[in-house]
Design a binder for this molecule. Structure first.
Ligand SMILES: NC(=O)c1ccc[n+]([C@@H]2O[C@H](COP(=O)([O-])OP(=O)(O)OC[C@H]3O[C@@H](n4cnc5c(N)ncnc54)[C@H](O)[C@@H]3O)[C@@H](O)[C@H]2O)c1
Ligand SMILES: O=P(O)(O)OC[C@@H](O)[C@@H](O)[C@H](O)[C@H](O)CO
Length: 393
């Protein structure tokens, strides 16, 4: 069994590559970073360390690597593989589409008619579907018809906290012990080789929403408030009892939405929230606030972890003061090394907060939560104004 994985970054090596290799897949990484490419090509293996008491180590061996610039080689690998996975960041999927389409074209030209599954392991409601629409645009009409039959793009939810790594070995990766990988079985073709440790479900929505609107909502609430308070890591921020309460309250607001929408037992969901909080406070990991808050434009978009649950909860008549506060805090994320934060701050200066809320979040001015966000934003600017780190806005 073969797998081609785009992006041997933290989650690519520390989660997807590891589980695929443990299931007997020969993994070929498609690599953009030259140093990582050379190291993977030389060593053909790397180590994953679990952030548990024993610091258990797993060796991922039998891996190979090709440069993302060598398009012919990438196409050949896709032509011969059973599975393609990605973990490059949602915004980078557009850069992979043409390469993947070339691989599908070549595969079909070689007469390969076995199923190919393409799974975008990004934090989004429908990462694989988004990739599918981009890939399909690059296929010829004949290949498109065949791809409908032989190529599937099941959506997925991937959960494992993998912080930015330090140390001299750029392949070694330390990950939390916890993980959950769920794939939408209803979008899969027959004969898919099973990945050990993956949960296959008929309906992904409850799983992906539970993950995105609990783990990722809570995580970014900690990051955006933590950033304003001057903390460097999520672990540090979560030691601040007042901040932790804001995180828990935001997770309770999304929890009220989820339990009502999916008719879950409230107690089970509270247990889930508490388990997630333990992950954020894991003393064996150190996770940078600016990693968790990265790409605020994506995180503030209509279908992501803040705005989507806020709108849905509001639609059901629930109060969402902590979600609106977190959205306002996200608007103040001005980390100058984050291109989206820089662009967000310049949009705010140029167009003003009303226009940004309308354009970036898709929340029109007449919507009831729009003025709540605006007033929380102005209030927070007054409170944190002097300490805002980069924009001086
Ligand atoms: N780190 C986590 O805790 C975590 C957990 C679950 C999901 N995710 C998701 O996984 C994805 C990756 O996150 P990460 O934390 O591993 O980030 P990362 O920056 O460590 O890894 C991204 C990798 O993608 C590579 N890349 C980018 N564009 C590429 C291209 N065009 N071709 C080939 N490679 C390319 C980068 O070089 C890098 O190696 C994101 O969508 C993230 O939301 C991350
Ligand atoms: O990767 P992002 O930018 O979508 O979100 C940052 C973190 O919340 C995220 O990477 C989590 O660590 C991860 O989703 C846990 O499974």
């Amino acid at each position: 069994m073969k797998a081609v994985h785009f992006g041997p970054g933290n989650i690519g090596r520390g989660f997807i590559g590891l589980l695929l290799s443990q299931s007997g897949f020969e993994v070929t990484f498609v690599v953009r970073n030259e140093r990582q490419l050379n190291m993977l090509q030389q060593k053909k293996k790397y180590i994953v360390t679990l952030a548990n008491e024993d610091k258990d180590k797993k060796v991922v061996s039998n891996v190979s690597a090709i440069s993302s610039q060598h398009r012919a080689e990438v196409a050949r690998a896709i032509a011969e593989t059973d599975l393609v996975t990605t973990a490059v960041g949602l915004g980078a999927l557009k850069h992979l589409a043409e390469s993947i389409a070339e691989g599908i074209e070549l595969r079909l030209r070689f007469g390969v008619r076995k199923p190919l599954h393409i799974i975008a392991c990004e934090n989004a409601m429908d990462g694989s579907s988004q990739l599918r629409s981009r890939v399909m645009k690059h296929l010829s009409p004949g290949s498109k018809a065949l791809a409908e039959k032989y190529v599937a793009f099941p959506n997925t939810a991937v959960d494992r906290i993998v912080p930015i790594q330090d140390g001299s070995d750029s392949l070694q990766v330390t990950v939390e012990a916890y993980y959950e990988w769920v794939i939408d079985k209803s979008a899969m073709l027959e004969g898919f080789p099973e990945i050990k440790g993956v949960k296959y479900v008929d309906q992904l929505a409850p799983y992906i929403e539970r993950k995105l609107f609990t783990v990722n909502t809570g995580h970014c609430v900690a990051a955006y408030h933590g950033y304003l308070e001057g903390y460097e890591t999520i672990q540090e921020a979560m030691e601040d009892e007042g901040l932790k309460r804001r995180v828990v309250s935001a997770m309770q607001e999304t929890g009220r939405l989820l339990t009502s929408k999916y008719h879950w037992e409230k107690e089970n969901h509270s247990t889930y929230i508490n388990r997630m909080l333990d992950r954020f406070t894991n003393p064996l990991l150190s996770d940078d606030i600016v990693r968790v808050g990265r790409s605020p434009l994506r995180k503030l978009s209509l279908n992501d972890r803040l705005v989507r649950p806020a709108l849905q909860a509001h639609g059901l008549g629930f109060d969402i003061p902590h979600l609106t506060s977190a959205i306002a805090a996200a608007l103040l994320f001005d980390h100058k090394e984050d291109p989206e934060a820089v662009s967000l701050q310049s949009e705010l200066k140029l167009r003003g907060v009303d226009e940004v809320i309308t354009q970036v979040m898709g929340i029109p001015q007449k919507h009831a939560i729009h003025p709540s966000i605006v007033s929380r934003y102005h209030e927070m600017r007054r409170v944190y104004g002097a300490s805002l780190r980069a924009s001086g806005s």
